[in-house]
Design a protein around this ligand. Structure first.
Ligand code: BGC
Length: 812
């Protein structure tokens, strides 16, 4: 396959620059940092929502559309008989120039046609519930241009799920109000909703449309809306059907002249007793106030500068300078950026996640927070409390919760037996970053029930106990519904295609299904928990848990080793999974990752053998596959994993999330060359250089899955953006490869590098200190010989924390 290039990195501006609108798949970006969010593709497709992509969808989007990615915020420019869009779509009029720059929480799309340039900057200002669209029009020709401009947004009727199905109601509820240059969307405001949205432009308009069929025409499309084609708005007022918002503006531009227009898509909430200004008329005070804050180019430019400054500060917390641009740009820019995005959205809203099905995942969000905690620890703190509040008194927990209500999601329920361990993982990462032990004293409820509060520490304790109380016949953890691999459904047994593997009632009576992945995870988090207890002076608890950890290690050595690698699991009947004895699926990656991280049996050579087996059986050109050989038929006792065709998803796809587990295992074992070669295979900047067409999805972020060696098209990526891969890639490179590890009392320095690595510098802000750390690897893969802190050699590998600026020299 010819590997065409569609764009390139611009590191100076921290942007990815797309130069051809016809990317192999929509290449998107995220706008917004806290409450108001938007997804935007390189042709301006996408949608906006407030906090929750299911319950507060502001604009409509149709997934899996024909063509893909139709619908978004569109500007139609009519210049004589030519109608075009700055982002090429939806008219697809060939442009003289096209460029899309995806940056840190903003996107700038520029198109040029017949001497007119239209450049739109899209962003959500900090702390504002609005998306700004600053359109700059420039006449680059020698003649006067008379342009007709039509904006376009389509309202969603708030609940993204019912919006797509309940048409017998929906077609009668739509309501709008129009006031000067602002179009208000107020569907259902008359009844229980206390919120509305608006679309405003900071200039007088010469017309508008708010009824979709009037604007587009029943037999036309986004590409040729009848109003635009006729060059005349109809001033339609939507009653029911599908409300939209379109402004019509006539613009005259002299040669060389430039004009800015600021469009604002905003969201407002009102108190119950302040909803209306008059009967049936919404109270617009807050909308007016929001508009007043962003109604000039100067105000918008200032808000944009604040956003850029915000990202400068966030990214400056950890910056590396190595001899390798491809590494630096991922560490310094894109990996950290993706971590913020996954922290914000968990697995809810992307171009692969509809925003309807999944809220925040218990295990997912705990992992995401490890990639984010250094950026804004206070938000990570709140997240930990929110997550822990969905736990049950026995230590089990809801698998997901809804971001708007923060309530556990009953549709999916609980019973995923790895979930509790992740709370320990997330909380300890938070404490190590911040030194804030007080979080452990926070009173946190069970299942959000007032009156049920216990300390967060107690939640951690019952999390550990949940594993210990659920051991199987080999004294290994029972898997429950599933462990990290949602698709290894060992207690499910489904022959009915209408059942979901995730929610089908499990057979729990008499199950022997145990997980080696949870065993390894338990040892890793257990050892961290023990160290925490010691730190807190809880000696008895530390001893109690150390015994449990030791017992687990013994159980793994005895019942979890297959000769060349760790087993993956035991099935319902107690038969081995991931063993050489199996016909297919002889080896799985998850248990290799977690048991090598836990160093189980390292002295007996198990770790080295397991890592070698990963290289031998799992590694391919594009990364390590999840299992090998792939399953070629559906296995009723295994569930969803065997439902996928070979090489995809959990059936021998390269599930990027788990590659870093093995890489960390390599790092702990000191095998820097191997760690690096695994890492570089799934590092987007390396893929970007080689495989833009094949890879298909955005080359600036990791995707959840790359098709494995057994797939029809190995190397093809899917499910970009929202994946635990982001946090794990970050954790791996920042702490294990580059070796800068936050710890309770300071920063531990312990790099693991390829022999070829040259000197590098990391500047790291840590609590109230700044460290400039230079590492001299001297051809060594692992092992710190000496650390000099502010001119003084120190003992050991932990730089003790103290406020202020410090210079550190590390010799390996
Ligand atoms: C889910 C994770 C899960 C992984 C592996 C992801 O889609 O979000 O929770 O661990 O798949 O099945």
């Amino acid at each position: 396959m010819e590997q065409k290039r569609y764009g390139h990195f611009d590191d100076l501006h921290r942007e990815y620059v797309i130069t051809d609108p016809q990317t192999p798949w929509p290449w998107i970006n995220y706008l917004g940092n806290e409450d108001f969010f938007s997804l935007i593709s390189n042709t301006a497709g996408g949608y906006s929502f407030y906090k929750d992509a299911k319950f507060r969808r502001i604009t409509r989007y149709r997934y899996n559309n024909v063509p893909m990615d139709n619908g978004g915020r569109y500007f139609y420019l009519k210049d004589g008989d030519t109608v075009w869009n700055p982002g090429w779509k939806p008219c697809k009029t060939p442009l003289d120039f096209y460029e899309c720059r995806h940056g840190m929480s903003y996107t700038r799309i520029t198109g040029r046609k017949n001497g007119v340039e239209a450049s739109v900057l899209f962003f959500v200002p900090l702390k504002k519930w609005a998306e700004v669209q600053k359109l700059t029009l420039t006449n680059q020709s020698n003649e006067v241009k008379q342009l007709k401009l039509f904006s376009f947004e389509e309202w969603c009727l708030w609940n993204a799920a019912t919006d797509m199905e309940n048409f017998q109601r929906n077609f009668s509820t739509g309501e709008v109000e129009i006031e000067d240059s602002t179009i208000y969307h107020k569907t259902e405001y008359r009844e229980r909703r206390n919120h509305y949205a608006f679309y405003h432009v900071n200039t007088p308009i010469q017309g508008f449309d708010t009824d979709r069929e009037t604007f587009i025409g029943l037999y036309n499309e986004f590409a040729d809306p009848q109003v635009v084609m006729e060059g005349k708005p109809r001033n339609s007022h939507a009653h029911g059907w599908s409300p939209i918002a379109s402004h019509y503006i006539e613009i005259t531009l002299k040669p060389g002249e430039t004009k800015d227009l600021v469009f604002l898509l905003g969201y407002v909430e009102n108190e119950q007793d302040q909803k209306f200004a008059a009967p049936q008329v919404i109270n617009k005070e807050k909308a007016h106030a929001l508009i007043a804050e962003l109604d000039t180019t100067e105000k918008v430019d200032k808000a944009f500068a604040e956003l850029c400054d915000y990202w400068d500060k966030l990214l400056n917390i950890y910056q590396v300078k190595t001899a390798n641009d491809k590494l630096d740009r991922m560490v310094n820019i894109w990996n950290q950026y993706q971590c913020m995005v996954t922290f914000n959205f968990s697995r809810s809203a992307s171009f692969f996640e509809s925003g309807i099905g999944r809220g925040m995942g218990f295990r997912d969000s705990n992992q995401d927070l490890v990639g984010f905690v250094h950026q804004i620890p206070s938000r990570a703190r709140q997240r930990i409390i929110d997550i822990a509040s969905t736990q049950f008194p026995d230590g089990g927990c809801y698998h997901q919760y809804q971001p708007l209500t923060k309530r556990g999601n009953n549709d999916i329920g609980g019973g995923f037996n790895d979930d509790p361990c992740w709370l320990i993982f997330g909380t300890i990462a938070y404490i190590k970053e911040t030194g804030d032990f007080s979080i452990l004293d926070e009173m946190v409820p069970f299942d959000n029930q007032p009156g049920s509060e216990v300390t967060l520490f107690e939640h951690l304790k019952i999390s550990m106990d949940h594993v210990i109380k659920n051991l199987g016949p080999h004294m290994l953890p029972l898997i429950g519904r599933a462990d990290w691999n949602d698709c290894l459904n060992l207690n499910c047994f489904s022959w009915d295609p209408n059942e979901s593997f995730q929610t089908t009632e499990n057979v729990s009576e008499g199950t022997k299904a145990e997980s080696l992945m949870i065993a390894g995870l338990f040892v890793v988090t257990g050892e961290d928990y023990v160290a925490l207890c010691q730190k807190l002076g809880k000696t008895a608890e530390a001893e109690r848990m150390q015994q449990a950890v030791d017992a687990m290690i013994e159980a793994v050595k005895k019942h979890g080793w297959d000769g060349e690698w760790y087993l993956r699991a035991y099935d319902f009947y107690g038969r081995k999974i991931g063993s050489n004895e199996c016909e297919e699926g002889k080896i799985f990656i998850e248990s290799q990752g977690w048991c090598t991280m836990a160093e189980i049996g390292a002295d007996d050579g198990m770790v080295a053998k397991s890592l070698d087996s990963c290289k031998k059986y799992l590694e391919c050109e594009h990364g390590m596959v999840l299992n090998n050989p792939a399953f070629t038929k559906y296995i009723y006792e295994y569930g969803e994993i065997s439902s996928y065709p070979e090489g995809y998803k959990e059936n021998a796809g390269i599930f990027c999330h788990n590659n870093p587990w093995v890489i960390i295992g390599e790092c702990i074992a000191g095998r820097g060359n191997d760690a690096w070669s695994h890492y570089a295979k799934i590092l987007p900047s390396y893929v970007e250089e080689k495989y833009q067409t094949l890879h298909k999805v955005e080359p600036y972020v990791n995707c959840q899955m790359v098709a494995g060696k057994d797939a029809f098209r190995p190397g093809e990526g899917k499910n970009s953006w929202l994946t635990g891969t982001a946090a794990w890639m970050w954790y791996t490179v920042s702490e294990f490869i580059l070796g800068i590890k936050p710890d309770y009392d300071g920063i531990r320095i312990d790099p693991c590098l390829p022999e070829t690595a040259s000197d590098y510098t990391v500047s790291r802000k840590f609590r109230e200190a700044d460290y400039d750390i230079t590492i001299h690897p001297n051809g060594s893969q692992k092992g710190v010989k000496q650390i000099v802190l502010d001119g003084q050699a120190i003992d050991g590998t932990v730089i003790p924390y103290s406020k202020g600026h410090h210079v550190v020299e590390v010799t390996m």
